[in-house]
Design a binder for this molecule. Structure first.
Ligand SMILES: *[C@@H]1O[C@H](CO)[C@@H](O)[C@H](O)[C@H]1NC(C)=O
Ligand SMILES: *[C@@H]1O[C@H](CO)[C@@H](O)[C@H](O)[C@H]1NC(C)=O
Ligand SMILES: *[C@@H]1O[C@H](CO)[C@@H](O)[C@H](O)[C@H]1NC(C)=O
Ligand SMILES: *[C@@H]1O[C@H](CO)[C@@H](O)[C@H](O)[C@H]1NC(C)=O
Length: 191
């Protein structure tokens, strides 16, 4: 099962009631970085299309890198290349473990000096546990051990949610597969 913790009102402020269709929700805002109102640990699997793996590839380059990507000593920085993905997100490390969501969006390489990317995607949940989306974006400083993406909003079960996804590379197998561990912490929840 998902490591999903809904922390009770301890350390959380309640502010207002938001009408959502016929149901009303309570708004929980965490007052502490260590006490998110919801937490989820998941794995993101990116299998890049290499011209042959059309059976299992879930991401593909939509553009070539720009010529600028070969202009500096680090060759190649892929500067300007856009990768579009519909990646599987699982509860466990293994690609075959329980699927939790799809990550649908893109990243592009945005630094000509070194490898560096920028991500924007929706986590699309369509399971018995959760239905809805969390919308995520931020800079992936590839050589930083961890990076924080912003969770800028949500829909459905994650109505109006906001938070931080702390991401680290869990595995990297050549150019065509990498796995990210994502520690999703919501600090604003409507329950
Ligand atoms: C995807 O399939 C190819 C065979 O087409 C295989 O070599 C590769 O290991 C698979 N990738 C993953 C991440 O399972
Ligand atoms: C980068 O690699 C390309 C071929 O892959 C080569 O033509 C180019 O000279 C290289 N650039 C530098 C700065 O090493
Ligand atoms: C969500 O899951 C249901 C049940 O498996 C399926 O019928 C529906 O097409 C799915 N929706 C999306 C957007 O994938
Ligand atoms: C880079 O990593 C350090 C240590 O893991 C972390 O404190 C810092 O917030 C990271 N920087 C960014 C921009 O994510």
């Amino acid at each position: 099962m998902l490591g999903l913790i809904i922390i009770a009102l301890l350390g959380l402020q309640q502010a207002g009631v938001v009408a959502h269709g016929e149901r009303s929700r309570r708004r929980l805002i965490s007052s502490s970085e260590d006490e998110p109102c919801m937490r989820m640990n998941v794995y993101y699997h990116d299998i890049l299309y290499n011209g042959e793996n059309n059976g299992n590839a879930t991401s593909a380059a939509a553009t070539q890198p720009t010529a600028l990507s070969r202009s500096v000593s680090i060759n190649d920085t892929f500067f300007g290349q856009v990768i579009v993905f519909d990646d599987v997100v699982t509860a466990g490390q293994a690609l075959a473990s329980e699927p939790v969501a799809r990550a649908q969006g893109f990243y592009f390489y945005d630094n000509k000096e070194r490898l560096n990317a920028w991500f924007a995607f929706s986590l699309v949940f369509n399971s018995t546990a959760h239905k809805g989306t969390l919308n995520v974006m931020g800079a992936d400083l590839i050589f930083n051990k961890t990076k924080d993406f912003s969770i800028v909003g949500g829909t459905g079960d994650f109505f109006m949610s906001r938070g931080i996804a702390t991401v680290r590379t869990d595995s990297y197998e050549g150019l065509y597969y990498f796995r990210l561990h994502m520690d999703i912490k919501l600090y604003e929840c409507y329950v």
